[in-house]
Design a protein around this ligand. Structure first.
Ligand SMILES: *Cc1c(COP(=O)(O)O)cnc(C)c1O
Length: 425
């Protein structure tokens, strides 16, 4: 296998027996900063963004990258430089977006539980849209806007009651979901918004879930929303923005297919291009998911009667998707495995004191040994951003590769970081 170029994707590939990210040999970074760490390819992030932008170029649109997928400042800045806006779901994410210089008029703010201080923050900054998810939130927003002597520019998030056929924890557009205003009450809600003095109703928002790998749920939802826009228009309520949310899935498993942004656009454009609305898109996973990996080291091989465990130095607190969603991630070795190591079936697990702490179960991998470096692929989205300090484990470092250079874009935490802010009684 030596010397042969074995591509994982265009950004992570084997060369001369080593795994590279763009022009950087991953083992070199591991030697320099130790493991575990997240590693991102800048070009991959940019190319993913451009694919979306290109796919919708025939209509007036704004891409608001969804910060919760990965809100590292450097990654957000790379996207801002490409022209991306921001989809934020908390005051903290709004702060980050403003910090990297996203124009307020390119920021949308969703979330079912915005606090009064978050609403005030967003109104003061003059963001493009507050995506309001309930009548009480609408009333509170009106009140706060009044106090600030401002008009709140907002969209109502409408729940189209569509099953996106994804994991129940990441479905958000079903009638039983906590998100948005149910479509049956949408007209009433818009009329109410029209009556409120300090509200300027500018748009409509939907977001039906995440990791959606079929186009039908998007089409079905959008059809319902477009029909609603037309009905509202008949009643004299004109909307300037249609925010179709995020949710487009990626392929985590070899052979599993997810629609490309181009295929996504081709199905949706016929439904929306005649509308007089500017289209907003909120992709998260589809921009950063396959742009990042988690690099980890084998600590122990533990053979029991039932199982072969490979214990690695990363854990569920670093990447919780397998534990939380039973998510599948490809795991590959930094060196292509050469002939003399035969495959065995293993569970890859972390050091955390929970049986749910695993990255893969019953996975066939070449026999591993202490010190081997593994990479968990497609970990760029909902990886670091969902990480925690559980078991008092310092959060790992994040590294961004730009061609043949790499930048540490988040320092590994140390023990001091773990106790910052804590007081001894
Ligand atoms: C999480 C979220 C997104 C992004 O979802 P992806 O599946 O990562 O594309 C977009 N919009 C809203 C409102 C969200 O909550």
């Amino acid at each position: 296998m030596n010397g042969k170029r074995l591509t994982v994707n265009d950004y992570f590939h084997y060369k001369g027996g080593d795994l590279y990210c763009e022009g950087v040999r991953i083992e070199e970074i591991a030697k320099e900063i130790a493991t575990p760490f997240y590693l991102y390819s800048q070009k991959s992030i940019i190319d993913n963004y451009k694919a979306f932008d290109e796919a919708f170029k025939e209509i007036d649109h704004l891409i608001c990258y969804s910060y919760k997928a990965n809100s590292n400042l450097s990654i957000c800045k790379v996207l801002r430089e490409e022209g991306s806006g921001a989809d934020v779901v908390s005051g903290g994410e709004l702060y980050k977006a403003l910090k990297v210089g996203v124009e307020p008029k390119k920021i949308v703010f969703s979330g079912v539980g915005k606090t009064a201080s978050e609403i005030k923050y967003a109104l003061k900054e003059g963001i493009l849209l507050l995506n309001v998810e309930s009548i009480p939130e609408l009333e509170l927003t009106n009140k706060i806007a009044g106090k600030l002597k401002k008009k709140a520019s907002l969209a109502l998030r409408i729940n189209p009651d569509i099953n996106p056929n994804t994991h129940p924890h990441i479905s958000t557009g079903l009638a039983k979901s906590k998100f948005g205003i149910e479509i049956s009450g949408a007209k009433e809600a818009y009329k109410k918004a029209e009556e409120l003095k300090n509200i300027e109703t500018m748009g409509i928002h939907m977001h039906i879930g995440s990791q959606i790998t079929e186009l039908e749920p998007f089409v079905d939802s959008l059809e319902k929303i477009v029909e609603l826009i037309k009905e509202l228009e008949k009643e004299g309520i004109k909307l300037r923005y249609l925010d179709i949310g995020g949710g487009l899935g990626i392929s985590y498993k070899k052979g599993e297919k997810a629609p490309t942004p181009k295929e996504f656009a081709e199905r949706l454009l016929p439904l929306i291009k005649e509308l007089k609305c500017k289209i907003i898109l909120e992709p998260g996973r589809a921009i950063v998911g396959n742009a990042g990996i988690l690099v980890t080291k084998v600590l122990y091989i533990k053979k029991t009667e039932e199982k072969n465990f490979v214990i690695v130095d990363a854990a569920m607190n670093d990447l919780i998707r397998p534990t939380l969603y039973n998510a599948y991630h490809e795991i590959i070795s930094i060196k292509p495995i050469t002939g003399h190591r035969s495959p065995i079936t293993v569970d890859i697990v972390g050091p955390v004191c929970e049986s749910g702490d695993y990255f893969a179960k019953n996975r066939e991998l070449p026999e591993l040994k202490f010190g081997d470096l593994l990479t968990i692929l497609d970990a760029g989205a909902y990886g670091f951003s969902m990480s925690s300090n559980y078991n008092a484990r310092p959060k790992v470092a994040e590294v961004l590769v730009e061609k043949d250079k790499y930048h540490i874009i988040k320092k590994r935490e140390d023990y001091e970081d773990l106790v910052r802010g804590e007081e001894l009684r």
